[in-house]
Design a protein around this ligand. Structure first.
Ligand code: LAN
Length: 729
């Protein structure tokens, strides 16, 4: 069939099975580009056997031997490394699922649908399985993230994704989810992003979407709220969204669109007054309430500017410029894009602008695979195209802290890891850096890989520390010559804010007041870059290590940089002695970093009031079993809240690392924490997954599955190096 706007809408529907054959899945890692492949053919499967890492990720039996029980911290570290080494991928990096957010798959499935992208059966089947597995056990809905309570955002969007994949509306999970959605008021009460996706799908009408005018991209740079000043994730999502919004592009009406119009709302579709429900939102979705200022602006744009003023020439200029910026983003990342939200959206923009046959559309289509991950529950979409550089840098550092870099047993593993980091260093700035408002990146590392190519202050720092230490260890090659190290430092030195702190991708470019324009409702603190104790610490410690090896280079700038950064760390401490963590949950995470910062300039429990208060705070939260435990709710509410499932190895490791860094005088406290960590280690050396570890934007959680290896190894290793490898169990 050919639809009204000339696109073919006839795409074969996937055939959904109960599940796929897990012995057929393989992870391919090509220089840090990770994609999963399903080998239908027996011959192919034989030629490309499953690795231990594949089996581990898929939850298949591993047949690894039991190791001698660990009695001392170093024995535990060695058992842990024995296991973790099996998970190292061929190019030298570590990888893992990076799930948590529950709003990513629906955007992808919607994009696939509206761009007439065929979805292979094995992929549709496993996405369906994942979404079913992650439905809330009680009400059958979905939340913003895997541990959250059901929201309209999660439920309306994931329900839609399942229907687009071909799940029947009368299927038992679907009936339950729909009931929950209706109890919350239906999709009319969805937040902005959901209204956007549903409108382009044709399930809502565009009038229900608060304005996303691309005209903002035409504002001169000096305007205090111009988009180039926003946090990069917001402006890079705003960009394609504004393009689609401006075009009011809509998928042709298909039977599934009609069905969803019936299913997602409590009232008949034709009775809904779209324009008057732009601000309708379900209470639990409304984490960050819109300000009166923003609501007024929206009202004026929607009711005055859009219908009566908006001249066509301006629309054209704005759309053209927005599209140009989309193309630059695509070019600079080879279509990997910054993240899993703007990736599919840019894909859609290319489809709209250039048509289904364009190279850009084809390349975007291929790149979607980089975000996917298969685990026992099914297939999910990762929060980035992987955790490659980040987890690899931390792993090297953990082995270093355990004093094991010279142990021949780990030489091969560490050399490969170093080779990976060498390969992933960004050697040049992006083209047209100023035009697309990008930060300098020469010499930097990112969080995932070089294709994605976004430098982050702490990713540069952690990678740099790993490289510096290994390259200075006898027996390791110098793969990165001095000039490349200096490039990294030059870039790193661009990251300090006037406050002294460091943010994530860029120094802060605008005022905190911009939060008044936060329209996403479901996230907090998203509009600009903020100072983070985590990022600042990473930079400080990287600079310190660098100066140790290269005392001359830019020394007169590094010293004051560090002083200002430490002053910020002190200022960021809460009166109770804690620090708020923005990227890990929550106070144990930030506490570890902040105490590390202070330790790096010689402050310890003995000589520093800040350290004393920081340690006392942590110690006051130690549980009777010796562990620490934090719930994601602490991130939302900015107070320490324990996780109901008890002590967690990851948070226990974070707290212990902070205390060890600080020379906390009562060693028994630390030993009790380490004992808990050791007692949770399995016979084959692994630790099992516990509660979720990471966070972003205060309200959305994200998994860091390798942290359960990295941080216990680091904590135990640091203890052994500092106090000796004494018997603990
Ligand atoms: C990440 C992942 C890594 C993280 C650290 C390096 C740990 C942090 O110290 C700095 C910020 C950074 C790079 C970060 C920023 C926001 C990300 C990219 C994420 C939490 C992973 C997913 C998240 C991204 C915004 C998800 C897509 C959602 C949107 C709201 C656009």
């Amino acid at each position: 069939t050919i639809s009204c706007n000339g696109h073919r809408t006839e795409v074969r529907k996937p055939i959904l099975s109960e599940r796929t054959d897990y012995t057929r899945w393989r992870l391919l890692d090509e220089r840090g580009r990770q994609t999963w492949h399903y080998l239908e053919d027996d011959e192919d499967a034989k030629e490309w056997p499953q690795s231990t890492a594949d089996k581990y990720f898929l939850g298949l039996p591993l047949d690894l031997p039991d190791l001698p029980p660990a009695r001392t911290p170093l024995e535990s570290v060695k058992n842990g490394l024995e296991f973790f080494e099996h998970l190292q991928l061929p190019p030298g990096n570590w990888g893992c699922e990076y799930g948590g957010p529950m709003f990513l798959l629906p955007g992808l499935v919607t994009t696939w649908t509206v761009t007439n992208t065929p979805i292979p059966d094995h992929i549709a089947t496993e996405i369906k399985n994942y979404l079913f597995a992650r439905a809330h056990p009680e009400d059958g809905g979905w939340g913003l993230h895997i541990e959250g309570e059901s929201t309209v955002f999660g439920t309306a969007m994931n329900y839609t994704a399942l229907r687009l994949l071909g799940v029947d509306a009368e299927e038992e999970h679907m009936v339950k989810a729909r009931g929950t959605l209706h109890k919350m008021g239906g999709a009319k009460y969805a937040p902005h992003w959901a209204k956007f996706w549903l409108s382009l799908l044709g399930v809502c009408q565009w009038d229900i979407v608060n304005p996303v005018p691309p005209e903002l991209w035409l504002l001169p740079d000096w305007v205090p709220f111009a988009p180039w000043r926003w946090w990069i994730h917001m402006r890079q999502v705003f960009l394609p969204m504004s393009y689609v919004w401006s075009k009011r592009w809509t998928y042709p009406e298909t039977p599934i669109v009609h069905a969803l119009r019936e299913e997602l709302f409590v009232e008949p579709y034709y009775s809904i007054s779209w324009g008057s429900n732009r601000n309708s939102i379900y209470e639990k979705d409304n984490y960050h309430k819109k300000t009166w200022l923003l609501r007024t602006l929206f009202w004026l744009i929607a009711n005055v500017y859009y219908p009566y003023i908006r001249p066509n020439w301006l629309v054209k200029r704005a759309e053209d410029w927005a599209y140009k910026l989309i193309q630059l983003e695509d070019k600079n990342t080879d279509f990997s894009n910054l993240g899993p939200v703007n990736g599919p959206m840019n894909f859609l923009c290319c489809y709209i602008q250039e048509g289904p046959g364009a190279y850009s559309v084809q390349r975007h289509r291929e790149r979607m695979a980089d975000f996917m991950w298969v685990k026992p529950e099914g297939m999910l979409m990762n929060g980035t195209n992987g955790v490659q550089c980040w987890d690899t840098s931390f792993t090297i550092q953990a082995v270093t802290d355990a004093g094991l870099t010279q142990d021949p047993k780990y030489k091969k593993m560490l050399t490969k890891a170093l080779e990976f980091l060498e390969d992933q260093q960004m050697r040049e700035n992006v083209d047209d850096q100023a035009m697309c408002y990008r930060q300098q990146r020469k010499g930097a590392w990112g969080f995932s890989n070089k294709d994605q190519g976004y430098a982050v202050s702490d990713c540069i720092s952690e990678a740099l520390k790993a490289v510096l230490v290994l390259q200075r260890t006898p027996g390791f090659p110098t793969l990165i010559e001095d000039q490349r190290i200096f490039d990294a430092i030059d870039t790193l030195l661009t990251y300090q804010n006037s406050s002294g702190g460091c943010a994530s991708y860029e120094p802060t470019r605008g005022s905190e007041k911009m939060e008044w324009l936060n329209a996403a409702e479901v996230f907090g603190r998203i509009m600009i870059e903020y100072d983070y104790p985590e990022c600042t610490t990473a930079v400080v410690t990287a600079l310190s290590l660098f100066s140790k090896y290269y005392p001359e280079y830019r020394a007169t700038e590094i010293k004051p940089f560090k002083d200002r950064a430490i002053a910020y760390i002190r200022r960021a401490q809460f009166p109770d002695g804690s620090w708020y963590g923005s990227w890990g949950i929550c106070f144990t995470y930030a506490g570890m970093f902040a105490l590390e910062s202070l330790a790096s300039i010689g402050e310890s429990y003995e000589n520093s009031e800040h350290v004393r208060k920081g340690c006392d705070f942590l110690v006051s939260k130690q549980r009777a079993d010796g562990g620490w435990s934090e719930s994601y709710k602490g991130c939302e509410q900015s107070v320490y809240i324990e996780h109901p499932s008890g002590s967690q190895v990851v948070m226990t490791a974070w707290a212990c690392i902070g205390l060890i860094e600080s020379n906390y005088p009562d060693r028994a406290v630390i030993e009790r924490g380490l004992k808990l960590i050791m007692s949770r280690q399995q016979k084959n050396g692994e630790w099992l997954q516990e509660a979720i570890e990471g966070v972003f934007n205060k309200s959305c959680m994200i998994s860091y599955p390798n942290y359960k290896f990295i941080f216990p190894i680091k904590a135990l290793g640091m203890f052994a190096t500092k106090y000796g490898d004494i018997k603990l169990l």
